[in-house]
Design a protein around this ligand. Structure first.
Ligand SMILES: Nc1ncnc2c1ncn2[C@@H]1O[C@H](COP(=O)(O)OP(=O)(O)O)[C@@H](O)[C@H]1O
Ligand SMILES: [Mg+2]
Length: 520
């Protein structure tokens, strides 16, 4: 308990001196007593705030300066416009997940401890860090394996990051509890639940075996697909704190000039990117959920190579079918068909009017078709579709939200490569193939076989692994949903601990008072 209180004081000082409190006050009008509390803590510290920036930008600067826990908090809040509003959420998306690297000798120490002295001897060379973010950093290494020398990338967790993160979160939890207890108006912000969700999601991200398992599954799914190569995982050199995988031999997808010099056709690359993504989503129901330019590389032959498997999306059979039929229906401009898909799946209450619903769908689809090719976007179309289905009382499919967001990102990357990319023409064959495939009798057999091998694609040692990760990712993807539903055991336990803590504080306080009275 005292540790949490001490941490809370430390955080209060950090928050106050980073300028975050002032910025939050500009947006929310913090109660005077809380502001006074922070003002006390900021005495003697110099605030580095750039007054000309927007409040959201200033908040980004402040959070970036406060380290991992707050960068993660910012990233999490960026996905929750329902809590903090659209404007602030949009600003927080720009938060940079970068921190100064830790020293090479630290990396070596962690590596040796994690993989053991013997395997460590096989590491011939370890580079200085090539990238450093809030949770981990990446080195390049040469490892002797079966007489060969392999070039690999080694991602290593920041030293003591879990301990620091969880201690700071305990303190934030205490703070959330105090604020919610004192100011009932703030209950609407659901501070305790936000902190709890952040803990669940980030603790999974801080176990690199999840990322390794995800990479492995994507590798198995795509190993026969031309043009898409997932780096191989080295399991002996992978632990909770270390992830080792093939070094990517390629050019960042950002480096268009270099790509062109290597004779890569950017139009074809852009098409391939969209098709591979869509194929993985509808065929396998498993897709990379963080496909920004920094995570994509291209080799000399034009193969796409992704890295960073920390966020993955999963769609069940029904979601995949729904997604494929809806996108295809829109491409065909067959709004009645799209409406029927919703009714058949029981997604829209039977009492709703099919004609009215089809009309609403038309109002989404037609303006998009009226635009020039380069403005057409599947991701935006889905976003608008979800707005409409919500109006018709259909609960938003949580798994599809991450897909929709990723689709916007993928389309953005594709358009940067080739601005006239025609999303519809490129998506059509993938969707057609899949829909035809699902309807054939052979496909039914394949599904049975595939489902049973699904488990085998995962790593043998951790059968429950990805399910736990999926749960956390679902929480992350949920966007506007579910906060406020008290069906969460972990959260209940957390709240109980807080109540105990409050009682402890009261008891300790009374104890001190009694002791003082007795002495004097
Ligand atoms: N297998 C790899 N080969 C070469 N470079 C890599 C590899 N994995 C990661 N990197 C480099 O390290 C950077 C950070 O790795 P990433 O897995 O994206 O971590 P983060 O989750 O911090 O974004 C990547 O953007 C890439 O430049
Ligand atoms: Mg990355």
């Amino acid at each position: 308990m005292f540790r949490s209180i001490f941490q809370l004081f430390k955080i209060a000082r950090k928050l106050a001196s980073s300028g975050a409190v002032e910025t939050i006050n500009e947006i929310y009008n913090i109660p005077y007593s809380i502001k006074l509390f922070f003002d006390l803590f900021s005495i003697g510290s110099t605030k580095k705030i750039n007054k000309s920036k927007k409040p959201g930008e200033k908040l980004c600067d402040a959070l970036e300066g406060m380290g991992t826990t707050f960068i993660k908090l910012g990233q999490f809040l960026a996905t929750r416009p329902d809590i903090i509003g659209e404007t602030l959420a949009d600003d927080l998306v720009k938060l940079q997940d970068k921190l100064p690297p830790f020293e090479l000798y630290e990396s070596k120490k962690i590596l040796k401890k994690e993989i053991g002295e013997n395997l460590y001897q096989n590491i011939v060379e370890l580079s200085e860090p090539i990238a450093a973010a809030s949770i981990a950093q990446v080195h390049i290494a040469k490892i002797k394996i079966d007489g060969d020398q392999k070039e690999v990338a080694v991602k290593i967790l920041r030293p003591d990051i879990e301990k620091q993160f969880n201690e700071e979160l305990d303190a934030l939890m205490l703070f959330a509890y105090i604020v919610e207890s004192l100011f009932s108006k703030t209950k609407r912000l659901k501070l305790i639940e936000v902190v709890h969700l952040l803990r669940e999601i980030t603790n999974i991200e801080m176990d690199l075996r999840f990322e390794a398992a995800a990479a492995n599954e994507l590798y198995e799914n795509t190993k026969n697909d031309d043009g898409f190569n997932v780096p191989k995982i080295y399991w002996n050199y992978t632990t909770r704190k270390v992830l080792t995988l093939d070094k990517v031999d390629g050019i960042s997808i950002r480096e268009q000039e270099l790509l062109k010099e290597s004779g890569i056709d950017l139009k074809i690359l852009s098409e391939n990117l969209i098709q591979h993504f869509l194929k993985q989503a509808v065929r396998d129901g498993f897709f990379h959920g963080d496909m920004h330019q920094g995570n994509l590389f291209v080799d000399q032959k034009g193969n796409i190579i992704p890295v960073d498997f920390g966020i993955m999306g999963r769609l069940d059979k029904n979601n995949r079918k729904y997604l494929a039929e809806i996108l295809y229906g829109f491409i065909q401009r067959d709004y009645i068909k799209v409406a029927e898909v919703h009714f058949e799946a029981g997604l829209i209450p039977q009492s709703a009017s099919k004609e009215e619903f089809a009309q609403a769908l038309r109002s989404v689809g037609e303006p998009i078709f009226g635009q020039s090719i380069k403005d057409i976007s599947g991701g935006n179309l889905l976003a608008q579709l979800f707005e409409i289905t919500e109006k018709f009382n259909m609960p938003t499919q949580t798994a599809l939200l991450l897909l929709q967001k990723t689709m916007v990102t993928v389309e953005g990357v594709a358009r940067k490569l080739y601005p006239d990319t025609n999303i519809w023409e490129i998506s059509r064959p993938v969707l057609e193939d899949w829909i035809k495939g699902v309807k054939s009798p052979k496909a039914t057999m394949d599904t049975v076989i595939n489902t049973s091998s699904e488990i085998l694609k995962r790593i043998p040692d951790f059968p429950n692994f990805m399910d736990k990760a999926n749960y956390a990712l679902q929480l992350l993807a949920e966007g506007k949903l579910n906060l406020g539903q008290k069906n969460n055991k972990g959260l209940e336990i957390e709240e109980m601990k807080l109540k105990n803590l409050r009682n402890n504080i009261i008891i300790s306080f009374l104890g001190i008072v009694i002791a003082v009275l007795l002495v004097f």
